[in-house]
Design a protein around this ligand. Structure first.
Ligand code: PHE
Length: 338
């Protein structure tokens, strides 16, 4: 019987020796020392051993068990550490490799230019107002001295929602909203999106404008000139030539279009300025007394100026961009340049 146990010991030793990894060692452990293991079975049957042999048999059994456990443990530790070394080698991390760059976003060029423009006017004491993009025909046209049959409406290709509601074609209706709610003196800018049924290399159905106006008892055209010159020199550089050209808007009288010396050719003439040396950048004028009447101001008591410009256009001129559609394509190669 003792021989039995000793041969189990030899068998276990043999199998542990042959094991190639920790998994097979584990299998050997189960085979001999598991719940249904060979040695466990012998321990369980100890009670059936005759009394006189039991102590000796039990002692040998326990010795063998301890011995097998010890070699199992040693083998397990050997394989575990070998396996750990292998996996460390296989999954080696080179801490000197440069890290991944986290992609970093850029502000859109029109947002940057809008901010720059807004900053100039804030520094001149203007405050910001906003108006709705879906606008009543009344504010977009009527109150700006463009009644229903007025030919000037044709200048703006309009998206009509219904007869009385339009997507605003310019930011000028904000003038009416603000003047109806407030009394002069007023110094306001109103940036925002506007919509026109129009699309080519320099026009998109949605674009951004910024409106500006100033109303008080003694505002003159020279105030308009002064404010716009400061603005143009801050945005395009202090040496940029500026000129006022007579024009027409129903809501200003007199009206002007403001040109700057061509930023591309410096005034010598090129494709962009159509060889004139000048580029139009905004519309402006003295607020028409009829608009004052519409908002309930006494046109004898107050005068004011207003101007409006397209943000995309200013951005294109500032950075020499020749296609407005680039602003909407979100091509990173384009956006990253600003
Ligand atoms: N609203 C005009 C346009 O969109 C611009 C403008 C604004 C002209 C204010 C005069 C005064 O063309």
């Amino acid at each position: 019987m003792i021989e039995d146990i000793l041969s189990i010991k030899d068998l276990a030793r043999e199998e542990i020796k042959k094991a190639k990894d920790s998994k097979t060692v584990q299998a050997v452990r189960v085979k001999f020392l598991g719940k249904k293991g060979i040695l466990t079975g012998k321990l369980k049957s100890l009670s059936s051993i005759p009394n006189e042999h039991r102590p000796e048999y039990g002692r040998v059994l326990n010795e063998v068990k301890t011995e097998i456990e010890a070699i199992l443990k040693k083998q397990e530790e050997f394989f575990k550490s070998a396996e750990l070394q292998n996996s460390l080698k296989a999954n080696r991390i080179d801490v000197t490799v440069p890290g991944y760059c986290i992609p970093c976003g850029h502000r859109h060029p029109t947002s940057r230019v809008l901010d720059e423009i807004v900053d100039v006017f804030l520094s001149l004491g203007f405050r910001i107002e906003e108006g709705p993009e879906v606008e009543l025909d009344y504010y977009n046209f009527e109150a700006l001295n463009m009644p229903k049959d007025h030919p000037a409406r044709d200048m703006q290709d309009t998206f009509y929602i219904n007869e009385d509601v339009v997507l605003r074609t310019h930011t000028s209706p904000v003038q009416v909203h603000v003047m109806k709610k407030n009394r002069p003196p007023l110094r306001v800018i109103a940036p925002g999106k506007v919509y026109r049924c129009d699309a080519d290399v320099s026009h998109t159905p949605m674009f951004q404008q910024i409106e500006g106006f100033m109303v008080d008892s003694h505002i003159t055209m020279s105030d308009l000139k002064g404010v716009l010159e400061v603005f143009i020199h801050q945005i395009f550089g202090p040496k940029t030539p500026v000129r006022f050209r007579p024009s027409f808007f129903p809501f200003t009288e007199p009206s002007a279009e403001i040109d700057i010396g061509c930023v591309i050719c410096g005034g010598t003439g090129c494709r962009v300025c159509k060889n004139t040396g000048w580029i139009e950048i905004l519309g402006a004028g003295m607020i028409n007394p009829r608009v004052f009447e519409m908002v309930g101001y006494d046109p004898e008591a107050y005068t004011g100026f207003a101007f409006g410009m397209g943000i995309e256009r200013i951005t294109m001129l500032k950075y020499g961009i020749d296609d407005i559609r680039l602003f909407f394509e979100n091509d990173k190669r384009f956006l990253e340049q600003f």
